[in-house]
Write a protein that binds this ligand. Structure first.
Ligand code: NAD
Ligand code: GLY
Length: 361
């Protein structure tokens, strides 16, 4: 069992990591101020884990809302559904919202907690690897709009993050791999030592060896916490967490979010970012190969992406949230374990990378 603390002054909190934590009332009770709890979850996670969470909350007035599964529910309609259900109870301002599920549920429930009566306490209980190492930490909450992903939301920190690593045993292998893309990302952008550890222990993590999983998640959370502490609202260094995401989001948009999971698109995007870093003289061939090999061992796609033309990819990349004053800002690697944000990448090498990975045209 490990604890990672995130120091954000009065908004700081602990992230607790270990197997079986959902069954432990002590993980939740001290952080629930009032008598009411409102759990938001979905139809896949509820039959697996809602019962054990509710047992840990016995004696409190608990209500839960079970939503359909999928990214498509992260929208205005579901947001209104959560608020309607809370008002129907009715929940008072002392209610604690608990998000039980992956990043979709965490982002949606967090935004509802931020909005209900101008903000009520919130606990994250993430159940996918991606949500355990990324989305449950750092306070980004929100929903999608037809015109773009995560376009509506709030920075709203949870009171606590309870990561029950035993929940990973039911996660489909493809989702586990998608979460590994974000784990590997921390090594690439910030932590060469962790990258080396992953190279030696990746298979043990993928097999869900308890100690290795605990270490991989806690070191990922510590990396994220360190970055968020320096830049909670993403005015600078937090953008490093988007390594591979500008390419990845364009791939997801080009394929209508149907072909690749987010982590898979990010994996291809990180290989593209490494390729561009090499063209710009920042990385050598061996470093690029190490990036691709580690992602492949995690079951992630790294090969050239042929679903869209280079020109279309370039257009889609211009819609990235990091674009400022029309200028593309890309996260590139300086070395394995260090990244920076570059806003003056020449179109020549950028298009060469896009042409290497995409269709001609
Ligand atoms: P998800 O929430 O859709 O979960 C993936 C799938 O796994 C779903 O089908 C879900 O029902 C299922 N599932 C969840 N836990 C399970 C378990 N223990 N056993 C079996 N199945 C389980 O997807 P995700 O990858 O967790 O999160 C993606 C979302 O996170 C996106 O909406 C993305 O925008 C968001 N995100 C947010 C941040 C942030 O900082 N807030 C960061 C990264 C991603
Ligand atoms: N997942 C990116 C961030 O939290 O900033």
């Amino acid at each position: 069992m490990s604890t990672v603390s995130i120091d954000l002054g009065t908004q700081g909190y602990d992230i607790h990591i270990g197997p079986g934590l959902l069954r432990d009332p002590a993980e939740f009770r001290p952080w629930i101020g009032g008598r009411q709890v409102f759990v938001v979850t979905n139809e896949v996670v509820a039959p697996l884990y809602l019962g054990r969470l509710l047992e840990s909350l016995a004696g409190l007035q608990c209500e839960s809302l079970v939503l359909p599964d999928g990214e498509q529910i992260k929208n205005m309609e579901s947001f209104a559904r959560v608020l309607d259900a809370m008002l129907a109870v009715p929940c008072d301002r002392g209610v604690t919202v608990i998000a039980l599920g992956g990043g979709v549920i965490g982002d949606l429930a967090g935004f509802a907690a931020a909005s209900y009566q101008r903000g009520v306490p919130f606990i994250q209980a993430p159940t996918t690897l991606l949500s355990q190492v990324d989305s449950s930490v750092g306070g980004k909450t929100g929903i999608n709009h037809a015109r773009g992903k995560n376009m509506i939301g709030a920075f709203y920190q949870p009171r606590r993050v309870v990561i029950d690593t035993a929940t990973l045993s039911t996660l489909p292998p493809r989702e586990l791999s998608a979460g590994m893309a974000e784990v590997i990302k921390y090594g690439l952008i910030n932590d060469a030592g962790f990258l080396g550890w992953l190279e030696g222990n990746l298979e043990q993590v993928m097999r869900l060896d308890t100690e290795c999983v605990d270490y991989a998640i806690s070191r990922s959370c510590a990396n994220k916490a360190g970055i968020v502490e320096r830049d909670e609202r993403e005015s600078g260094v937090r953008a490093l967490l988007n390594l591979g995401h500008t390419f990845g989001h364009a791939i997801e948009t080009a394929t209508g979010y149907t072909t690749w999971l987010h982590g898979e698109a990010v994996a291809i995007g990180m290989v593209m970012a490494a390729h561009l870093s090499r063209l710009l003289g920042r990385l050598d061939d061996a470093a690029c190969e190490r990036v691709a090999w580690l992602l492949e061992r995690a079951g992630l796609p790294t090969k050239p992406f042929h679903g869209v033309t280079a020109t279309r990819m370039r257009e889609l990349m211009q819609g990235d949230k990091k674009v400022q004053g029309g200028r593309l800002r890309l996260v590139l690697l300086e070395s394995l374990g260090s990244a920076d944000i570059v806003d003056d990448v020449d179109e020549g090498p950028l298009m060469e990378t896009l042409r290497t990975f995409c269709l001609d045209g």
